[in-house]
Design a protein around this ligand. Structure first.
Ligand code: UDP
Ligand code: LCN
Length: 799
C-alpha cells in the first residue's frame, strides 16, 4: 500500500522539484496520459537534471503506480493502482501546490468534462452495484482472485453451518429438490428434519455395510427408500455408503474438502445449454469466416469433454440417464457453404450433444438471412432468447440444469434465459472488447457507428453481475498484472461521457470468479515425436502447401527449402498483428537469412473478404511483401486449414526445427499457442494477454513484446543460431512446452473442474437466492431502461 505520509513529506521537502514534474506533464498539453506516457516523461524529466531527488522517492513510486492521468491546468487527476486490483484516486492543484485524495466518481466526472466540456452534468446516471453486495463474502487478497470456489467452500462450511444449524437445514432442502423427469433423486419426503436425516443416514450406512459392496439399487433400493433415500448416492453399495459418510461428516463438522467432494457427487447436471449466437458456429469450413475463431474450437472441444464427464459422474452415482447438451447459436440461411442453415446438427464425437440453431428475426418476424457482425447483433437478441427458450426446452426435454454463456452476446442471452428459467448461469468471456481498443469507453461516441460499444459494455455489465459464476482462462483476464489492468477489472470503474458513469461495475474480489483454462484437442494436437500417430497421409498435401508455387490462394514461394520454418496462423484482424510480424521479418536481414516464414491468414485476394478490417490487413500484407521483396522467403496461404491438417502442419514445422510465432498486440488466451506447444513446437508469443501465463519465458517458450519488433526478430534469430550451436536446445524447449500443456491445459481437467464448480455454485445459488433479489431487480431495470434503448439504436441491417 502506498504511504500518503511519505508522499506528503516529499511534496513538502521538495516542492519545487515535485511541482516542476507536474508542470512538465501539463506542458505536454495532452488531456490524458497513460501509464507508459507517464513513465517515459518521468525518465525524460529526470535525465535532464542532475541529482534529482525523484528517483526512489514517494512521488516516483506514485507515478510508477499511476495507470492514467487526466489533465487540465491547473489540475492533474490520477488513477493510481499500487498493486494488482487495488485502486485509489487523487488530484493535484498545480498552481496552489496542493494534493488530495478523491472518490472515484470525481475522477470520472473530471474525465467526462475533458471529453465533453459541456457535459458538467452531475446528475448523470451513476451505476453502482456495491450496495447490493454489501453482505456477500469477498476475497481479501489479490492472489486469491480466480479461486472463488475454494473460498466459497470455506465460507459455506464455516458460516453457513454455524448459524444455529440453518446450514444443515438448507442443505437438507437442497437435497430434496433434485429430480430428473419426474423421478425423485437423493431424498424423499420421508426425511422431515435434519435430525431424521442424521438418524437415517446412520441406519442406511449400517444396512449397506451388511450388503455386498457391489450390490446396486435394485437390490438395496427398497430398504433405502423406506429410510427416505432415493437413487443418486452411488452405483454400488460401497459408493452409496461412502457418499452417505461424506454427508454425515458434513452434518457433524463441515470442512471444505468434504463439502466439495460431497456436492461434486450430487446428480444435478443432466442437461446443459451453451449459448454462442454470433459468427458461424459449425464443425467444418467455418474457421476464418468473419467473427469465427477460437471460441468455436473451444466450445466444440469443451462439449465433448463435458459430455464425457457428465456421463461418468451420472453413472458413478448409479443413474442411467443420458446427458444432453445443446449448443445454441444463430441459424444463418445464407450459410456460405457451411451447415449454419441447419436447425439441428449432431456434434461429432458425442452421442447426446447437438448444435441448435435459431434465427434472428426482423421486427415483423421475418427470418434475417445473412450474417450480422458481432458488433451489431444487439437488437435481435431479446427475441432470439425468447424463441430459443422454447426450442431449448423442447430439445432438452425440460429446462437445462446449467446455462453457459459465451462472449458478450451469449452471456446476455444466458442472463435472460437463466432468469426466466431460474437456472444457474455461468459466463465465459473469451475476449472482452473493452480493453482491446484504447479509450473504447471514454471516446465511445467516436466508435459508436462502427462498434456500438455502448450496447456491448452495458450487456457485459448486466451479464457479469447476473452470472452465478464466471470462468476465465487465465488470472490476468480477471485482474491483470502489476503493470496492466485485467479485462474484468476494467469494468470496475469507467465512464462513457454523456451516457453513464460506472463507479462499481464489477468486483473482482467476488468469489464468483474461477480460472479454468481450456486445453487443445489431444486427438489432433500431439507431439511430433509420436511417430506411430503421425498423419503421414497428409504430408503430400502439406508439402504442396508449404513449398508450392503461388496461386489464387497463396503468395510467395520458399526458395531455400532447407531453412527452418517460422510459422504463424490467425484470423487476419489488426489486433493479431500478422502484418507486424511480416514487417519485422522483412526488416531483419539476419532473421531472413536464418529462416523462412509461413503465414496462414485471411485471403490473398482482397475481393474474397467481407470484413472491413481484414480487407485493410490484406492490402497491407501485399504492400509489405512488395516493399521488402519477400516473395522468395515468405509463403502466405490465404486459406483455412482443417484441424487435422493444422495439427500435422505444426508437427512438420517441428520436424524442421522451426518455431511458432504469435505476435498479437493483445491475445485474450491464444489457443494456437497451446496447440503448437502440444505438438512440441517452440513458441514465441505476445506478452500481452494469455500467453504471458501459458508460457514460462525461456523455459517452455518465449514471451515477445510486439511493440518492439526489432528486438523480437533479434531474439528469434538468436534462438535459431543457438539451436544450431547446441543440438539439445531446441529439444529442451520442445519437451518443456509439451510438459507445460500436459500439466496445465487439458480438457479432462477442465471438465472435472467445471462439473464440480457448477454443483457448488448451484448450492450457493440455492442458499442465497433470496438475498439476491435486489441485484436482480436493479439489473432488470438497467436492462429495460438502458440496454434496450441502446440496442435499438443499432441499425438492423436488412430488417
Ligand atoms: N485456426 C485454424 N485455421 C486458421 C486459423 C485459425 O484452424 O486458418 C484455428 C486455430 O487452430 C485455433 C483457432 O482457430 O484453434 C484460433 O483460436 P485462438 O484462440 O488462437 O484465436 P481467436 O481466433 O479465438 O482470437
Ligand atoms: C477468443 C480469443 O480472442 C482467444 O484469445 C481465445 O483463445 C479464444 O476466444 C478461446 O477462448
Amino acid at each position: 500500500m502506498m504511504n500518503d505520509a511519505n508522499l506528503m513529506a516529499f511534496l513538502a521537502n521538495h516542492r519545487d522539484e515535485a511541482y516542476l514534474l507536474l508542470q512538465h506533464y501539463q506542458d505536454l498539453q495532452r488531456p490524458f496520459l497513460l501509464h507508459s506516457d507517464l513513465q517515459d516523461e518521468l525518465r525524460r524529466f529526470c535525465a535532464e537534471r542532475e541529482e534529482s531527488p525523484l528517483p526512489g522517492s514517494a512521488l516516483e513510486e506514485l507515478i510508477l503506480a499511476t495507470q492514467e492521468a487526466a489533465l487540465s491546468a491547473p489540475w492533474i487527476y490520477l488513477a493510481v493502482r499500487p498493486a494488482v486490483a487495488r485502486w485509489h484516486y487523487l488530484r493535484f492543484q498545480v498552481e496552489q501546490r496542493h494534493m488530495e485524495r478523491i472518490p472515484v466518481e470525481e475522477f470520472l466526472a473530471f474525465k467526462e468534462r475533458l471529453v465533453l466540456p459541456a457535459s458538467g452534468d452531475d446528475r448523470i446516471l451513476e451505476i453502482d452495484l456495491d450496495p447490493f453486495n454489501r453482505d456477500f463474502p469477498r476475497l481479501q487478497q489479490a492472489r486469491s482472485i480466480g479461486r472463488g470456489v475454494e473460498f466459497l467452500n470455506r465460507r459455506l462450511s464455516s458460516d453457513l453451518f454455524q448459524s444455529s444449524g440453518s446450514g444443515s437445514w438448507r442443505l437438507l432442502g437442497f437435497l430434496r429438490v433434485h429430480q430428473h423427469q419426474g423421478t425423485q433423486l437423493m431424498l424423499n419426503q420421508g426425511i422431515t428434519s435434519v435430525k431424521v436425516l442424521r438418524h437415517n443416514l446412520q441406519l442406511a450406512q449400517e444396512f449397506l455395510a451388511g450388503r455386498g459392496a457391489d450390490e446396486e439399487w435394485p437390490q438395496v433400493g427398497e430398504r433405502l427408500r423406506e429410510l427416505g433415500f432415493e437413487p443418486g448416492w452411488g452405483r454400488d453399495a460401497a459408493r452409496m455408503r461412502d457418499t452417505m459418510q461424506l454427508l454425515a461428516d458434513i452434518l457433524e463438522a463441515p470442512d471444505p474438502t468434504s463439502l466439495e467432494r460431497f456436492l461434486g457427487r450430487i446428480p444435478m447436471i443432466f442437461r446443459l445449454a451453451i449459448i454462442s449466437p454470433h459468427g458461424f458456429f459449425g464443425q467444418d469450413r467455418v474457421l476464418g469466416l468473419p467473427d469465427t475463431g477460437g471460441q468455436v474450437v473451444y466450445i466444440l472441444d469443451q462439449v465433448r469433454a463435458l459430455e464425457r464427464e457428465m456421463r461418468r459422474r451420472i453413472s458413478e452415482q448409479g443413474l442411467d440417464i443420458e446427458p444432453r447438451i445443446m449448443v445454441l447459436t444463430r441459424l444463418l440461411p445464407e450459410a456460405r457453404g457451411t451447415s449454419c442453415d441447419r436447425p439441428l446438427e449432431p456434434i461429432e464425437g458425442t452421442s447426446g450433444t447437438f448444435i441448435l440453431r435459431v434465427p434472428f428475426r426482423t421486427l415483423e418476424g421475418e427470418v434475417v438471412p445473412h450474417w450480422i457482425s458481432r458488433f451489431e447483433v444487439w437488437p435481435y437478441l431479446e427475441r432470439f432468447a425468447a424463441e430459443a427458450r422454447q426450442e431449448l426446452t423442447e430439445q432438452l426435454g425440460g429446462r437445462p440444469d446449467l446455462i453457459i454463456g459465451n462472449y458478450s452476446d451469449g452471456n446476455l442471452v444466458a442472463s435472460l434465459l437463466a432468469q426466466d428459467l431460474k437456472v444457474t448461469q455461468c459466463n465465459i468471456a473469451h475476449a472482452l472488447e473493452k480493453t482491446k481498443y484504447l479509450y473504447s469507453d471514454l471516446y465511445w461516441q467516436d466508435n459508436e457507428e462502427q462498434y456500438h460499444f455502448s450496447a456491448q459494455f452495458t450487456a457485459d455489465l448486466i451479464a457479469m453481475n447476473s452470472a452465478d459464476f464466471i470462468i476465465t482462462s487465465t488470472y490476468q483476464e480477471i485482474a491483470g498484472r502489476s503493470d496492466s489492468v485485467g479485462q474484468y477489472e476494467s469494468y470496475q470503474a469507467f465512464t462513457m461521457p454523456g451516457l453513464y458513469r460506472v463507479v462499481n461495475g464489477i468486483d473482482i474480489y467476488d468469489p464468483k470468479f474461477n480460472i479454468i483454462s481450456p486445453g487443445a484437442d489431444s486427438r489432433v494436437y500431439f507431439p511430433a515425436s509420436e511417430t506411430a500417430r503421425r498423419r503421414t497421409d497428409l504430408h503430400g498435401e502439406l508439402e504442396r502447401l508449404l513449398f508450392g508455387a503461388p496461386d489464387g490462394e497463396s503468395r510467395g514461394e520458399l526458395r531455400e527449402r532447407e531453412k527452418p520454418l517460422l510459422f504463424t496462423m490467425a484470423r487476419l484482424d489488426r489486433i493479431k498483428n500478422i502484418t507486424g510480424l511480416v514487417e519485422w521479418f522483412g526488416q531483419h536481414r539476419e532473421l531472413r537469412d536464418a529462416a523462412n516464414l509461413v503465414v496462414i491468414a485471411g485471403h490473398v485476394d482482397g475481393a474474397r473478404s467481407t470484413d472491413r478490417e481484414e480487407q485493410e490487413q490484406i492490402a497491407r500484407m501485399h504492400q509489405l511483401m512488395d516493399q521488402y521483396q519477400l516473395d522468395g522467403q515468405l509463403r502466405w496461404l490465404g486459406l483455412h486449414l482443417e484441424k487435422e491438417l493444422s495439427g500435422e502442419l505444426y508437427r512438420c514445422i517441428a520436424d524442421r526445427r522451426g518455431a511458432f510465432i504469435q505476435p498479437a498486440l493483445f491475445e485474450a488466451f491464444g489457443l494456437t499457442v497451446i496447440e503448437a506447444m502440444s505438438c512440441g513446437l517452440p513458441v514465441f508469443a505476445t506478452q500481452y494477454g494469455g500467453p504471458l501465463e501459458i508460457i514460462e519465458d525461456g523455459r517452455s517458450g518465449f514471451h515477445i513484446d510486439p511493440n518492439h519488433g526489432a528486438q523480437v526478430a533479434q531474439r528469434i534469430t538468436e534462438f535459431l543460431h543457438r539451436c544450431q550451436r547446441e543440438p539439445g536446445y531446441w529439444e529442451e524447449i520442445s519437451r518443456n512446452a509439451i510438459a507445460r500443456v500436459e500439466q496445465c491445459y487439458t480438457w479432462q481437467h477442465y471438465a472435472r473442474r467445471l462439473m464440480t464448480l457448477s454443483r457448488i455454485y448451484g448450492f450457493w445459488k440455492y442458499v442465497t437466492d433470496l438475498e439476491r433479489k435486489e441485484t436482480r431487480r436493479y439489473l432488470e431495470m438497467f436492462y429495460n431502461l438502458q440496454f434496450r434503448t441502446l440496442a435499438n439504436r443499432v441499425p438492423r441491417r436488412g430488417g
